[in-house]
Design a protein around this ligand. Structure first.
Ligand code: SAH
Ligand code: SF4
Length: 390
């Protein structure tokens, strides 16, 4: 497993500034013989204004901008190479990094991507219709944390890609900046939720993921209470996460009610079993009224039967938990099938009758392969609507 924990960093020819901390920018300005307030101006331009090119950072003198360019610097926001738009308004982007690697990022307007009805603030907002064409926007952005994924869950298309590399903090937060720019979002006025549920396992790229969270919650002004990170259950990551003061909400992809089933669909269970996982989760200090979300992908006949619901209830009885049931999104050549609507309903009812909040996550952007587990840089699969290169 060590190989998946020690991935290479990107080989980037130019020097993207997006992702740098204020401390790093201060050092850079010093090297250019500039006072510290120039670093602050650059920091504001990069993260608060999300200025896409050095030429447009007009708070800096032209000579300084030129000097930065001469030294090989760029703003270096990831590029939205291609967009596919779903009939439900969801957009899936193929996003290119400076070294040419690509990941996928998803924009889901009008809601929080499936938390509807769970009593949270985000769910209440979703009860009201979207005003995307008005001057107020509400949306969730689903972000990738790695190029591909090494975890190899059997039901997930991203797993088929294998892993190429980690994303940097700038590339993770940069996906958000690029998408916010495309939709002309004004953070503060518009309501944006972030979910770290795209390609990759955030807790296998922990330091960069958390650096990105700090940029997003800090100068980019998106409160961490509006962010959710999903992990397949990387135990050391959960332990470290427990010690963070600024952190997103935690979601864990449990997906099975016992180790035998979980091992067969998530081989990572051999390394950290369910009991160890739940123990680590129980040690995460929760905020008032906070619950840990357990994601549970329903696979027909495999984990969606009555005994599985009962095992799940027993597992979670001592935790402040809620369950998001996700109907499996099919992919080619995968040995699974969707659960029947009747089994889904029965499963949810059993959990609810036992007092566990359980919600059925509605799939977003299925027609463009943007739904959970379908992100795999789908260049070869023509989406329903292809909007030419941006
Ligand atoms: N790697 C992280 C985050 C990304 S996956 C994780 O696994 O938690 C986000 C969610 O999609 C996970 O809960 C995962 O179990 C689920 N998922 C993966 N493949 C899926 C599929 N084909 N259909 C439905 N959900 C899927
Ligand atoms: Fe990776 Fe998550 Fe897919 Fe598992 S479900 S292979 S951890 S992206």
């Amino acid at each position: 497993m060590n190989d998946i924990e020690n991935l290479p960093n990107p080989k980037v020819e130019d020097k993207p500034l997006f992702g740098a901390s204020l401390h790093e920018l201060t050092g850079l300005m010093e090297n250019h013989g500039q006072p510290a307030y120039r670093a602050r101006q650059l920091y504001e331009a990069l993260y608060a204004q999300r200025t896409p090119s050095l030429d447009q950072i007009t708070t800096l003198p032209a000579a300084l901008r030129q000097a930065l360019k001469d030294a090989g610097h760029t703003v270096g926001l990831p590029e939205l190479l291609q967009t596919a738009r779903s009939i439900d308004g969801t957009e899936r982007y193929l996003v290119r990094m400076a070294d040419g690697e690509t990941v996928e990022t998803v924009w889901m307007p009008g809601g929080d991507g499936g938390e509807r009805g769970d009593g949270t603030q985000a769910a209440e907002e979703e009860e009201h219709p979207s005003h995307d064409d008005d001057d107020y926007k509400r949306a969730t952005i689903c972000i990738s944390s790695q190029v591909g994924c090494a975890v190899n869950c059997q039901f997930c298309l991203t797993a088929k890609l294998g892993i190429r590399r980690n994303l940097t903090p700038g590339e993770i937060a940069g996906q958000v900046a690029a998408v916010l720019n495309r939709h002309k979002v004004e953070v503060g006025r518009d309501r944006i939720n972030l979910v770290f549920m795209g390609m990759g396992e955030p807790f296998l790229n922990y330091a960069s993921f958390m650096d990105a969270v700090r940029l997003l919650a800090g100068p980019m002004s998106i409160p961490e209470s509006r962010m959710t990170v999903s992990t397949s259950g990387i135990l050391p990551g959960i332990e470290q996460f427990a010690g963070e003061t600024i952190r997103p909400k935690l979601a864990v992809s449990l997906n099975a009610s016992n180790d035998v089933v979980r091992e067969s669909i998530m081989p990572i269970t051999r390394k950290w079993n369910i009991a160890a996982l739940l123990e680590a989760i129980a040690a995460v200090p929760l905020r008032p009224r906070e619950r840990v979300t357990f994601e549970y992908v329903l696979l027909g006949g495999i984990n969606d039967q009555r005994q599985h619901a009962d095992e799940l209830i027993a597992l979670l009885k001592n935790l402040s938990a809620k369950i998001n049931l996700i109907v499996w999104n099919s992919g080619p050549d995968m040995p699974f099938h969707e659960p029947t609507p009747q089994d889904v309903g029965t499963f949810q009812k059993r959990l609810r009758d036992a007092g566990i909040p359980a919600f059925i996550r509605k799939p977003r952007g299925r027609d463009i392969y943007a739904a959970c587990g379908q992100l795999k840089r789908t260049l070869e699969q023509p989406p329903l609507v292809e909007i030419a290169t941006l």
